[in-house]
Design a protein around this ligand. Structure first.
Ligand code: SF4
Ligand code: SF4
Length: 226
């Protein structure tokens, strides 16, 4: 009999998605609900490496009404929701309200740490990956132990990701959200609008997974409300 985790991975791969590790909730923590009464015992994170889901999402988008709101979120919910149903799980999304602690879950599942940009740094994908949802299970599932991944930022002396933004929106302390938005929406924002965040693109790791320019432009338009 095939391992159910492998079967879930196969179902997700049909949409360009991958499993991003998982973990079991401890007895002493308050896990999210799975059904009307049961709390989750296990979680599997679902996401992407590079822009692999993009062609699948584009084909889906062609079948939708023009100008639908939050299309990537809707696509992710539809696809991951269908996989959850097939495998008796509850699908949750990073955009659910109240917010679920996706970043903490992701760090726990794959042993990653945040980069100076806040995005988790992956030893292979660099900054070019994302989390699109999670599958929650009522029963504990057998998972490989997550190992702490090498954190490339620790040995990155130059940190070009903190030196490429025209308005220095990122610093070691915080992110100047309004300054970034003003720049992207303003007359000199074209490089960010058309090719993505210059700081993110400056990171030398995971470049073979870098999102193509049209994908970065899509995300930037969603971020800046363009
Ligand atoms: S440029 Fe260096 S510090 Fe910045 S995200 Fe990449 S590895 Fe980390
Ligand atoms: S999107 Fe542009 S303005 Fe915003 S942080 Fe990145 S480089 Fe700076």
């Amino acid at each position: 009999m095939r391992d159910p985790v492998e079967e879930i991975a196969t179902a997700l791969a049909a949409h360009g998605l991958i499993l991003r590790g998982g973990f079991n909730f401890g007895d002493d923590e308050t896990a999210p609900a799975v059904g009307s009464a049961a709390l989750a015992r296990s979680a599997l994170l679902v996401g992407q490496a590079g822009a692999a889901p993009w062609p699948h999402f584009q084909r889906w988008l062609e079948r939708q009404a023009r100008g639908i709101a939050n299309p990537l979120d809707s696509w992710s919910r539809e696809v991951i929701g269908a996989v959850a149903k097939e495998f008796g799980a509850r699908a949750v999304s990073p955009s659910d309200r109240p917010y679920l602690p996706f970043q903490q879950w992701a760090m726990r599942a794959e042993g990653l740490k945040p980069s100076p940009l806040g995005i988790l740094m992956h030893p292979r994908y660099g900054l070019w990956h994302a989390y699109r949802g999670a599958l929650l299970f009522e029963d504990e599932i057998s998972l490989p132990q997550a190992h702490e991944a090498i954190h490339l930022c620790d040995t990155c002396v130059e940190k070009p990701c903190l030196k490429s933004c025209p308005v220095d929106a990122y610093s070691a302390q915080d992110f100047a959200h309004e300054a970034c938005l003003d720049h992207v929406r303003g007359p000199r924002g074209s490089p960010c609008k058309t090719g993505g965040c210059l700081d993110r693109n400056a990171c030398p790791y995971g470049t073979s997974y870098r999102y193509p320019r049209d994908v970065q432009a899509f995300h930037m338009a969603a971020f800046a409300g363009l």
